[in-house]
Ligand binder design. Structure first.
Ligand code: PXP
Length: 239
């Protein structure tokens, strides 16, 4: 089974914003990423618009021909309105706090089960596929299945962190969570801190993985290896 590579272009927006102009041009970057083999483009607009701006999302929607994935905090009404307006292929719901540097935990799907059910129904009624960001905990995956979500995205920071010391131990909770997802009929995505060292093993161990979204490491690697070559190298890890 092929695993799709969705390229997260937040970092390119950070670079652009640092000088106030339009270099790099995000729309062109997204088009090029697709031309170079990306199966999708991911953005994560935050309320302070410190990287992706709300206008970027509208501009990108006009040009993306692969899968468009918008991640963010659905407790922000502005985020919900944006997603319903743009109608991407997928929305990934992340329980971010305002001002958070990057996502650092998954949904507690047990405590927030009713809220998630209600919110997911809104997106699904508009024909948008929904994924929710969860930690690799079997109980959280089980509860996710009752919310009506199509997929879960496993938060892979802990895997990436432990990988260099002990990859067998690092994958263990992910394998258990991914197996549970399969059992309860949930689609499976993964993301955060995946890179050229740890990605192939994750895919080998969990071959039913449907999509990864990768930003930070992929953009860093591109400085040395070039954007096209880097995208191709990441794709190769997923074969
Ligand atoms: N998935 C989610 C929910 C995220 O918030 C992020 C970071 O924006 C990623 C995946 C990608 O993580 P990274 O930039 O470390 O590849």
């Amino acid at each position: 089974m092929t695993t799709k590579l969705s390229v997260n272009i937040n970092k390119l927006a950070t670079l652009r914003n640092s000088r106030g102009g339009n270099n790099p041009n995000l729309v062109q970057c997204a088009k090029d990423a697709e031309k170079f083999g990306a199966d999708g483009i991911t953005v994560h607009p935050r309320p302070d618009e410190r990287h992706i701006r709300y206008q970027d999302v509208y501009d990108l929607q006009k040009v993306i021909t692969t899968e468009f994935n918008i991640e963010g905090n659905c407790q922000e009404q502005k985020f919900v309105d944006l997603v319903l307006d743009v109608k991407p292929t997928q929305v990934t719901l992340v329980p971010d706090a305002i001002g958070q540097i990057t996502s650092n935990h998954g949904w507690d799907t047990v405590t927030h089960q009713a809220y998630l059910k209600e919110t997911i129904a809104i997106f699904k009624n508009h024909g948008i596929r929904v994924s929710i960001f969860v930690d690799p905990v079997v109980e959280m995956v089980e509860a996710a299945a009752t919310t009506g979500t199509d997929r879960i995205e496993l938060y892979t920071e802990a895997y990436a962190h432990q990988f260099t010391q002990n990859k067998v131990a690092a994958i263990e909770p992910y394998l258990a969570a991914a197996t549970k997802a399969q059992e309860v009929g949930l689609g499976l995505n993964a993301g955060h801190d995946l890179d050229l060292q740890n990605l192939a093993y994750f895919k080998q161990q969990i071959p039913w993985l449907q999509e990864v979204s990768i930003g930070h490491a992929l953009i860093c690697d591109s400085i040395y290896l070039g954007f096209e070559n880097t995208i191709q190298l990441y794709k190769r890890q997923l074969q």
